[in-house]
Write a protein that binds this ligand. Structure first.
Ligand code: ADP
Length: 276
């Protein structure tokens, strides 16, 4: 019998910096993958979609062939294949780990169900995903090299995918598993006086994006800036997001259980503090 969607899914993103060793090409962080699988198993949430980043699998090859710049040279075609293939290898490690823990994971290739236009998602086949969730599967997607209607091909980041999926699948919330505790006032890796921001609203995010006066207290760059920017459409939709440190044990577990956890909550409107 086919079960209807009894509740809203959680979209969980596992950062490339968490599941791979970013310094060494094609090197997975197997202990982290194993531990996160166990946390997902223990949390036992009804409906979950996983998205993971590329880390040291996708990025070096994509960069070598300049896939993110679109099609310019026939030599890039093989580069596209190689980038995609590297991502399927990382994806297989994650799906294998989930299946070995009796979690019914299914690999879903974004390059087969998404087309972008100038790098932004233009169309996505969400029906198979909805059906998978209805049937009790755990779809596992990833940042991928995808076909693009304007520039031939592009790199679709896991972060852009997360937001789109959350909207299309009417997600309850988004959990971003990063290699830092959340959004800080500055990059915590380079600025020792950076402070963790526990709550941020859409309005504050907009200021951040446009670098408007008043947002100067937050200096967000690199991967974290991209995450904030990509999360905005989902937040506008009223979907709550939380960024937690997926390197630290139990943070993802607590976020999945909706327990109080160290991290940054991003919500459309001002958060009303709940009494403990
Ligand atoms: P992932 O590969 O896990 O998706 P990224 O490495 O792309 O994540 O992005 C996260 C990184 O963004 C952090 O490790 C941190 O070094 C950097 N960063 C820059 N500015 C900030 C900030 N204000 N707060 C938190 N992290 C930041």
């Amino acid at each position: 019998m086919v079960r209807g969607l009894s509740s809203k899914p959680i979209v969980l993103k596992l950062g490339g910096s968490v599941i791979t060793n970013k310094e060494k090409p094609l090197t997975p962080n197997l202990p982290a993958i194993q531990r996160l699988t166990e946390e997902i198993l223990r949390a036992n949430v009804a409906l979950i979609v996983l998205v993971h980043g590329g880390g040291s699998f996708g990025h070096p090859i994509a960069e070598q062939f300049r896939i993110m710049e679109g099609y310019k040279d026939p030599l890039q075609i093989l580069g596209f294949s190689k980038t995609h293939q590297a991502m399927t290898k990382l994806n297989k490690l994650i799906v294998d780990s989930l299946i070995n823990h009796n979690i019914p994971a299914i690999a879903v290739q974004p390059s087969s169900c998404v087309v972008t236009k100038a790098g932004r998602i233009k169309s996505m086949q969400e029906r198979p995903l909805k059906k998978m969730l209805e049937m009790g599967f755990v779809p596992v997607l990833y940042g991928d090299a995808v076909l693009d209607s304007e520039i031939g091909f592009a790199i679709l980041s896991g972060d852009q995918l997360v937001s789109s999926l959350a909207i299309k699948l009417n997600a309850d919330r988004i959990i971003i598993g990063a290699d830092v505790n959340g959004l800080y006032t500055a990059d915590p890796k380079t600025n020792p006086s950076a402070r963790l921001i526990q709550h941020i609203t859409l309005e504050e995010l907009r200021k951040l994006e446009n670098k408007i006066e008043g947002s100067k207290v937050i200096d967000v760059t690199g991967g974290m800036f991209g995450k904030m920017f990509e999360l905005m459409p989902a937040i506008k939709h009223g979907i709550r997001a939380i960024i937690v440190n997926a390197i630290k044990p139990n943070r993802v577990y607590k976020a999945l259980k909706d327990e109080k956890v160290v991290g940054t909550i991003i919500e459309k409107d001002e958060i009303i503090e709940q009494p403990n």
